[in-house]
Design a protein around this ligand. Sequence first.
Ligand SMILES: [Zn+2]
Length: 307
Amino acid sequence: MATVTADRRERVAALGYDYAAQPKTRATGCNLCGATAFVVLTHRDRYGYPASACGCSRCGLVFIDPVMTADAYGRFYAGIYRPLVSAYHGRLIDARTIQGEQREYAAERAELLAPYVSGRGYRTMLDIGGSTGVVAHALARAFDLRATVIDPAPMETAEAQSLGIETIEGLVESVDLGERRFDVVVICQTVDHLLDIGGTLRRVRELLTPGGILFVDIVDFRAAYLRNWSVEEAVKIDHPYYLTEPTMTAYLRRAGFDTARADYAADHLHVSYVASPVPADAAYLPPPMEVCELFREIRFVQNVRRS
Ligand SMILES: [Zn+2]
């Protein structure tokens, strides 16, 4: 284990990425509830970079603060992200190698979505952060939908184009989609990478047809730290946000979505949500007990003696 860690540290160091020097901004309010009182939970991420994760004292949302600017993240995704993940895992992970995994992922999610999408007369689908388009392509085929992928990474949208999918380079909060509306919106393994989850979900709510359906999945932060018994190992600069079931449910309710089905993925790490548009409950907060228990559990994981 010590050797794995040392090799890993060397591979990450060899990339020469200067995280400390990247431009960053400090959160002025919680992205979920707007509160301004935070608890600093950690000071290093799993790569060893000096990134702090904070928790909102009111709603329990966990996020990196200060966080890199959108430009700094743009450069990160264009050049560092896949090599960094490859260095961490000790094997090549890029726009091509991830496709096998993505096909498997798509098949599993299609099964989850089938009761909510089949036979509804849906025609269009928007995939936010759709990367190489493999998932969009598979879902579009399974449900006979016309797919559009929005993604900020040009290398990955090029792969999507080669599958004949309409691609839009950029971020959903800022691209101009005019009057276009979509029957199905999917946010696959992407929500934790966004810089503004609240803004994105509100925009998605506008882009969805009235009888439409949303699919979104999270890396469950509790699962991530419990499986490695380390909060630092669960934090990585690629994820500005660390969601839990209570905080994701609150995001959905506040943006105007009701969860029709939640699903613990077979990997025990991800939690998926199928959600329908309902009137927004903009003041919805996770139960205070959940927030209390999250911070208590984090302290327990950080300090309990393990023999
Ligand atoms: Zn909050």
